[in-house]
Every structure is written in structure tokens, then in C-alpha cells.
Ligand binder design. Structure first.
Ligand code: ADP
Length: 477
């Protein structure tokens, strides 16, 4: 079989720039595909943070893009299997999409520019067979490819989170330099506005999302965010592939960022990690259960339910360690709770890779009562560290966690619904388990650590879709 040449377009890639799971996927999936014999490179913007890393970037090419302000040039650099598109729209500011909680007002212009530069990179490279676009920030690559007459390149569009569709005022349409007929309800129009994610769904050869359950859910009114009709209409090309995690970065046996390494064969290090975590967050070092939470602080993740549950959890003797940033109201309430419940609440507001590792290793349970969850990575990371995930039954949380009462060899706990009473019921169950049945709890930890959460199977599933898209393209040309 010939080597498939793929270009994955993403607005964030670990370790260069990250706000969430998309960055993990955009790094780990290509790495696994390349290990499996495919040829996958990745293109992302050269944000200021990336420029400041002083990587040994190699100049690759310069491309010219027509914009509202005339011709604008971008320089493209390469580094290992990465391409970086350099332009002041990305390097003249901090952050990826927003500043102080507010989206940058020119995000449409920024990611339209990036998408057009990706198309020019595809033209320059000449031998890309499949382009893989991810979320709205790179969805425009697909109509631009078509418009540039490069639609012999097969395409996959992945929805990592349907809640972020890239919706903009119609007045900005002319800035996109796309044919006017694309501004139509069957294409990129959405109730009189521009919907960039629709471009990815409409113009791609295949669409997938990041778990089978989420792929089904988004075709319903409850989870479809207004696009369920369109998604039902394209169901013949829509599938779900559960994400993996990078099992080298996230491995308690070798992780350099945790207090002491441990494995299924010797769990003693986990106790040391717990003690170190409590010390780091200035919490008392006793035996009671510790609940970790690492998240963007947004409603999707059920943060409001957790905040309302914290006083009762403290009453049960629990300690809660939270790492996250996002909604300033949630950040404020967390700080208040830390003051009101001394010795029970540890928080760090911000994005901190090392603390994320410390929490995954040191916590007994991990809280993830999401209202919806396309896949979720933290529950899988928790499993790898023998930390029991406490999860709702939506999206990838349903597909990846077998909870107590749901079959043989469980390794998680289910929250019946994303609300505070249901969360407290499950937390009560967790506290009981930790006091009354440490044997079962240990067995659950060990089973969690046995689960295959690697990218091996998912990468094979992606390779299968890429090949099918390529065959389909060849047949329809
Ligand atoms: P989402 O993509 O919706 O934010 P996921 O669970 O899919 O949620 O992925 C989140 C990723 O981001 C995980 O790798 C998680 O550890 C990481 N993460 C989220 N918030 C933080 C934070 N404040 N500090 C460090 N890592 C974080």
C-alpha cells in the first residue's frame, strides 16, 4: 500500500500552543499515524508564544493571500513534521483566540487568513492527498480548496466541539473572498449569519467527531446546537472515533512531573503523590479522599454544579483541588470557597501543565460532571493514573468509562445527571467506597490503569477514513 500523505490543519498543537483537548489530539494523532507508516504533517499559526520558544525553524516558502487590505504575505516555516504560518495577525498579540475572556473581534479575518495560507501551502507542497481540518478555525480551508481548483485533495473535517461554530455577522462575508452562492442556508449561512463550521461539514468528503456517542447526540435537537438537521442530512459521511491520549507523556511509571513514579505493579508511589499534592495546595495531610478537577471553567463542564456541591463535600471530609481558568464568575466563587472552607479547597487559576500532572497522580477521584462532552481527555488521563473518574453519561464519557453498577470490572462512578444533587449522590458513593471498601477501590484503580487509552486503535480508524476519502475522491473525479 502506498504511503498516504496527509496535512492536518489545526489552530493549536501541543507543546506549541494549547487551550484544550484539540491541541493534544493535533499532536498525538499525527505522531501515531507516522509510527504506523503514514506521512502526516501538521500546520498551525505561529503565535507569539511559539515564536518566543526560539525553535530552530527552517524557512519553507512565502505565500501571498488576497485580503480586504490588499495582498498580504505570510511566511511559512517548518520544524520536524510541523509547518508554522507566520503573520502579524498571530504574532502581534498574546493568546490564541481571546484576551481577558473576550474573543478577539478579528478572529474571522485571522482564521480565514490562516486557512487561505494552508491552501497555498498545499499548492506549494504539491503531493498532499488528504487534508484533515479540525473545528471552525480551519473549516474554511475546504471551500478555499474548492475555489482554488485544488479539490482533488480528499478531505476530512473533525468536530471537536459543536458548541464553538465560528458564527459571525453577515456583513463580514465580503472579507472571505468566497463565491456569493456559498452564503446560502444549504451552505455557510445560518439564520442570516455566517457559520464557519458549516463550511467544514458541507465541503468535506467525510466528517467525524470524537466519540461514537457524541456523533449520535449531535444529530439530536438537544445536543445539535442548531446544526442537528444538517448533521442528520450528512449522516452517511458522519462517524465517531474516540480520542486516545499520549500514553508516553501521561504515564505514572515514567512521568517526571510527579512526586514519585508508580505503576499497576507497585502503587505505593500514588500515596506519595497524594501527600505531595496536598502539600503543594496547602491542604491537611490526612487519609480522607481527595477530588481533583482540571478544566476550562465553563458551564459545559458542570463547574456550577461542582461549586454548589463543594460545601456539602467539605462536610463529608472531602478535599477538592481545582486547576482551571475561564469564566471570571467561577474563578471568583472558587476563591471565595477556599476562604470559607479552609483546609478543604485548593485552587490554582491558570493553565499549568505540571500541576495537571500532580493532580492526576495525587487525587483519589476526578470530577467531570459535564453537561455534554464530545470525548473528554481528562477522564482517560485519570484512568491511566489510577484516579477514579466521576462522570456523567454523555458523549465520550459514556464511551470510555465503565462505572460501578454498569457491568463487570468497573473503574468509574456515574453521575446520573449534571446537577448538584446527583453529583452529591455520586460523591457520597465515592466517600463510602474510600472508607468502607478500600479493596474494591484498589481493584477499580488497577482496572482503570489496564484500559487501552492509547492512540493505536483510533489512529488506525483515522487512516481507514483517509483511505476511503481518497478512494471516493478518485472515483468521483
Ligand atoms: P476540552 O478540550 O473541552 O477543554 P478535554 O478533556 O478534551 O477538554 O481536554 C482538556 C485538556 O486540557 C486536557 O489535556 C487537560 O488536562 C488540559 N487542561 C485543561 N485545563 C487545564 C489547565 N488549567 N491547566 C493545565 N491543563 C489543562
Amino acid at each position: 500500500m502506498d504511503t498516504l500523505k496527509i496535512l492536518l490543519c489545526s489552530s493549536e498543537v501541543t507543546p506549541f500552543a494549547k487551550t484544550g483537548g484539540l491541541a493534544d489530539v493535533s499532536a498525538a494523532l499525527p505522531a501515531q499515524l507516522n509510527r504506523q507508516g503514514l506521512n502526516c504533517s501538521v500546520v498551525m499559526p505561529l503565535y507569539r508564544e511559539v515564536r518566543n520558544m526560539d525553535l530552530p525553524l527552517k524557512p519553507c516558502t512565502e505565500v501571498a493571500v488576497v485580503t480586504g487590505a490588499g495582498i498580504s504575505e505570510a511566511r511559512i516555516f517548518s520544524y520536524k513534521t510541523m509547518y508554522f504560518i507566520s503573520h502579524p495577525l498571530f504574532s502581534d498579540r498574546t493568546g490564541l483566540y481571546s484576551y481577558a475572556g473576550q474573543d478577539y473581534p478579528d478572529n474571522l479575518e485571522r482564521f480565514a487568513f490562516f486557512s487561505r495560507a494552508c491552501v497555498e501551502l498545499i499548492r506549494f507542497l504539491g503531493d498532499i492527498q488528504v487534508v484533515h481540518c479540525n473545528d471552525w478555525q480551519t473549516a474554511l480551508v475546504l471551500p478555499y480548496l474548492k475555489d482554488a481548483g485544488l479539490d482533488h485533495v480528499a478531505s476530512l473535517f473533525t468536530i471537536h466541539n459543536l458548541a464553538y461554530q465560528g458564527i459571525f455577522d453577515a456583513i463580514l462575508w465580503s472579507m472571505l473572498f468566497l463565491p456569493h452562492e456559498f452564503f446560502h442556508p444549504d451552505c455557510m449561512e445560518f439564520f442570516g449569519r455566517i457559520n464557519v463550521m458549516k463550511a467544514g461539514i458541507v465541503f468535506s468528503d467525510a466528517v467525524n467527531t470524537v466519540s461514537p456517542t457524541y456523533a449520535r447526540e449531535i444529530q439530536t435537537g438537544e445536543f445539535g446546537s442548531g446544526l442537528d438537521g444538517l448533521l442528520r442530512a450528512v449522516s452517511h459521511k458522519l462517524s465517531g472515533i474516540t480520542n486516545g491520549i499520549d500514553d508516553v507523556i501521561w504515564d505514572p511509571a515514567t512521568d517526571p512531573l510527579i512526586a514519585r513514579n508508580y505503576s499497576r505493579h507497585d502503587m505505593t508511589g500514588k500515596q506519595d503523590c497524594k501527600r505531595a499534592l496536598l502539600e503543594e495546595f496547602s491542604l491537611p495531610r490526612d487519609d480522607g479522599p481527595v477530588f481533583g478537577l482540571i478544566s476550562r471553567l465553563v458551564e459545559q463542564k458542570g463547574i456550577d454544579c461542582v461549586l454548589d456541591a463543594v460545601p456539602a463535600m467539605a462536610g463529608m471530609g472531602a478535599r477538592i483541588v481545582v486547576l482551571g481558568n475561564g469564566n471570571p464568575v467561577f474563578e471568583r466563587r472558587l476563591k471565595d470557597l477556599r476562604q470559607e472552607l479552609p483546609g478543604h479547597v485548593g485552587i490554582h487559576i491558570g493553565f499549568d501543565e505540571a500541576k495537571a500532572h500532580a493532580i492526576e497522580a495525587g487525587a483519589d477521584f476526578f470530577l467531570m460532571p459535564s453537561r455534554f462532552e464530545p470525548c473528554g481527555l481528562n477522564q482517560m488521563i485519570s484512568m491511566r493514573y489510577g484516579t477514579i473518574p466521576i462522570v456523567t453519561g454523555v458523549g465520550g464519557l459514556r464511551d470510555t468509562v465503565r462505572a460501578l453498577g454498569e457491568g463487570e470490572r468497573p473503574y468509574g462512578l456515574r453521575v446520573a445527571s449534571p446537577n448538584t444533587p446527583c453529583l452529591l449522590d455520586t460523591v457520597t458513593q465515592a466517600c463510602r467506597l474510600s472508607h468502607d471498601d478500600p479493596g474494591l477501590l484498589l481493584a477499580m484503580r488497577l482496572t482503570a490503569m489496564e484500559q487501552d487509552v492509547s492512540w493505536d486503535t483510533p489512529a488506525r480508524q483515522y487512516a481507514h477514513i483517509y483511505r476511503n476519502c481518497k478512494i471516493l475522491k478518485e472515483r468521483t473525479r
